[in-house]
Design a protein around this ligand. Structure first.
Ligand code: MEV
Length: 727
């Protein structure tokens, strides 16, 4: 393109304005010029009206492009596939994956399953293979097209396959959603014409020695002959060494995407020629602007008939899908296996495999699957959750397994930095499961609000008035929370205590059933609403109006039996009972004993977005209610082993608070699968009791250091930069 400057135009001002739009220019001189600016070929594409609006630009002369159709091609495209569904190319990151060659019906079926589970939308595989040596495997031929299409259809995948010669174009077009033109055929113009005439979308690989201009011109050939949409695919150009098969030209990827606004894919498999570099190069390609990533994968690369060394292993493909943040298929509810908390050998699997198993067994929503893959909290949400936010801060989310409570299995999400907590609780839950699991119940979710009155002239009279006007106070309290009342909750009781006669301090408690909420806001509202009314009657000053973190009417009880044989013998059972007695006799031990319980409860609380500080405050205050600070859980010997029992207040909710906002909390709620705050409280208490059992078993047996500290050492290694087996 040539830009004609107006007489007296400020050339440098015009040049700067053009650069601001992404246009790079050269001032033509001598016979060509003056007064003409030539726009460099790889500048951004900018509407002419914008250029004309710059002061000093008189006119635009369009230089003839060798590829006007390519220049005008849209960057995005909706591709309906033969298998059903529409792929939004250019609007979502699309993964195309599959083996180099379709080798057998079974091999491509296995590949399709794998490819779908990684979140890919299109299955690739060659029925005809161009090979350097005439003795190499050259593809299974036309039958492979049917195998490929059938395998793709089973998983609603689109099909990408190569047309190598004009002879095959018709057959390929009958099965493919996108026809691939291979690198070696980029300038096979007869083939480009034949493929263009099929009216199919085309993936056009760049020749290994082709310039970008030659590549774009090859695209023009396709468009001229009727191709409706094409995807340029960078697959590496000839490099200067042999460490990698080719050199992935990320500059070309960025140029096509950002400057020329063209759809572009990367093929890191052919670029690298070795599987260990494929994932990093794929991510680099995406970062450079690739809308589509095309990789080779094989269910058993060691047996691949072609290009085995560059084929990803199944796990690597899953990792790539996760890193590209792809949505994986959500199974239908009726196809889901029964919910169980038994996931044997779960710890031996990779993180990707664990997520996949969890997603497929529970049918997790795409949002939950996305959170499992990324573990991230959107900064916009984080910014609303606190003040002065500068970043987010991640911790591991793990699963407490084997839990069975009141006859139902629960997979329990736990967020905690202490390494032994999840394994210990899961292990104890497995032992308890053998005798039927945990049993428990929780009172209604009744929270306590406190209203303090100071300088009350006659505290005895004030207390009496409050008792007498109990019904009026309850009515006033409920008037403040009509929605809670409509949901079946509300204020149910009032009581009053005189704290100091001399200076007239009196405290009124309001008891409010908060249903499935944690309830802090509800009871604080009630306290603030009722206080002025009561002050009218009793005089004095209104003091604090706030919940109590000792909610004595919100108590959870849980118990279990565990056989000595599952514990590891009678001696261990005796040891645990003695450890329990120690805690009953000594507050110094009881605090550590209770800490072990809260290890489990807090981890669940954090995962589920609960106010764990309130839980801690409630648990410790409850433990300290008697003469001495007590253990919350105790263990007694039985003929068969041990009976454990625990009681504590648990103010937790399944609605409101972080539950709604945090994607991790929503994911955890999907995993644990209960909406009832009371049910959840019992499960959390069971996790606490299991944690206590595991701690006492270790302490009564080999001591805490062996297992616990081994895991600590693993974490310390990480802190010092060693990855070791924790990696
Ligand atoms: C460590 O986090 C918890 C324990 O100290 C609990 C206990 O002693 O019971 C092991």
């Amino acid at each position: 393109m040539i830009i004609v400057l107006a007489p007296n135009a400020d050339t440098s001002a015009v040049t700067a304005a053009l650069q601001g739009l992404g246009l790079w220019t050269r001032l033509l001189t001598g016979e060509e010029g003056p007064g003409l600016l030539e726009v460099e070929p790889h500048s951004s594409r900018v509407p002419h009206a914008l250029i004309r609006s710059i002061a000093g630009v008189a006119a635009i002369r369009e230089a003839k492009s060798a590829h006007p159709r390519v220049d005008a091609m849209p960057q995005t495209w909706s591709l309906p596939t033969r298998a059903g569904g529409v792929i939004e190319l250019g609007r979502e990151t699309v993964l195309i994956a599959g083996p180099c060659a379709v080798e057998s019906q079974q091999q491509i079926r296995d590949s399709a399953k794998l490819v779908a589970s990684a979140g890919a939308r299109l299955l690739r595989g060659g029925a005809y293979k161009p090979r350097t040596s005439p003795y190499s495997f050259a593809g299974a031929g036309t039958p492979a097209l049917q195998w490929l299409a059938d395998a793709a259809a089973e998983h609603r995948l689109g099909v990408v396959t190569e047309a190598m010669s004009e002879m095959h174009v018709e057959a390929v077009a009958a099965f493919a959603d996108i026809i691939q033109i291979g690198s070696r055929n980029m300038q096979n113009f007869a083939l480009l014409g034949a493929v263009g005439r099929t009216g199919k979308a085309v993936l056009l690989k760049r020749g290994r020695g082709a310039t970008v201009e030659e590549w774009l011109c090859a695209g023009e050939h396709l468009l001229v002959h009727g191709c409706p949409w094409l995807l340029f695919c960078e697959r590496g150009v000839t490099g200067i060494g042999n460490e990698t098969r080719n050199t992935l030209d990320l500059g070309a990827v960025a140029l096509l995407h950002h400057a020329l606004n063209l759809p572009v894919a990367v093929d890191p498999s052919h670029a690298a020629g070795r599987r260990d570099l494929v994932v990093p190069l794929a991510l680099a390609g995406k970062a450079a602007g690739a809308d589509v990533v095309l990789v080779e994968v094989h269910p058993e690369p060691a047996r691949a008939k072609s290009d085995g060394p560059q084929a990803l292993l199944p796990d690597q493909l899953l990792e790539l899908g996760q890193k590209l943040d792809l949505d994986v298929t959500v199974p239908r509810a009726q196809d889901l296996p029964p919910y169980t908390s038994r996931y044997p050998e779960f710890y031996k699997k990779s993180v990707a495999e664990r997520c996949r198993q969890l997603s497929t067994q529970l049918g997790l929503s795409p949002a939950a699957q996305r959170f499992l893959r990324t573990g991230t909290l959107d900064m916009a949400i984080a910014d609303k959750m606190s003040e002065n936010v500068v970043t987010t801060f991640a911790l591991p989310m793990a699963l407490g397994l084997n839990f069975r409570v009141n006859g139902r299995d629960y997979i329990v999400p736990m967020v905690v930095e202490e390494p032994s907590v999840v394994a210990a609780a899961s292990n104890a839950a497995r032992m308890v499961r053998a005798t039927g699991g945990f049993r428990g119940d929780a009172t209604a979710s009744v929270m306590t609000a406190q209203v303090q009155f100071d300088n009350v002239p006659n505290v005895e009279l004030g207390a009496k008035l409050i008792e007498e006007r109990r019904d009026a106070i309850i009515a006033a309290a409920n008037a403040a929370i009509p929605r809670m009342v409509a949901r079946g909750g509300g204020c149910t009781d009032v009581d009053v205590r005189v704290l100091d006669r001399e200076i007239g301090i009196l405290v009124m408690h309001l008891y409010v059933d908060v249903g499935d909420a944690m309830g802090a806001n509800v009871v604080d509202t009630v306290a603030e609403h009722v206080a002025p009314l009561v002050r009218e009657w009793i005089g004095g000053d209104i003091g604090l109006r706030i919940l109590s973190n000792t909610p004595l009417r919100r108590i959870c009880h849980v118990e279990c039996d565990v056989g000595s044989d599952f514990l590891g013998g009678e001696r261990l059972a005796d040891g645990i009972a003695r450890a329990s007695r120690f805690a009953e006799l000594d507050p110094f031990r009881a605090s550590t004993h209770n800490k072990g319980i809260l290890n489990g409860i807090d981890a669940v609380a954090v995962a589920l977005g609960q106010d764990w500080r309130a839980i801690e405050a409630g648990a410790h205050s409850y433990a300290g209610l008697g003469v001495d600070y007590r253990p919350l859980a105790t263990w007694q010997r039985t003929d068969a082993g041990l009976h454990g029992t625990m009681e504590l207040p648990l103010a937790i909710g399944t609605v409101g608070g972080s539950t709604q906002a945090h994607p991790g909390v929503r994911t955890a709620m999907e995993i644990i699968q209960t909406q009832s705050a009371r049910e959840l409280a019992v499960v959390m208490a069971a996790v606490g009791l299991a944690s206590n059992l595991a701690a006492l078993r270790a302490l009564a047996g080999e001591g805490i250091q062996q297992g616990h500290m081994r895991l600590h050492a693993r974490k310390a290694d990480l802190a010092h930069g060693k990855r070791g087996d924790a990696a």
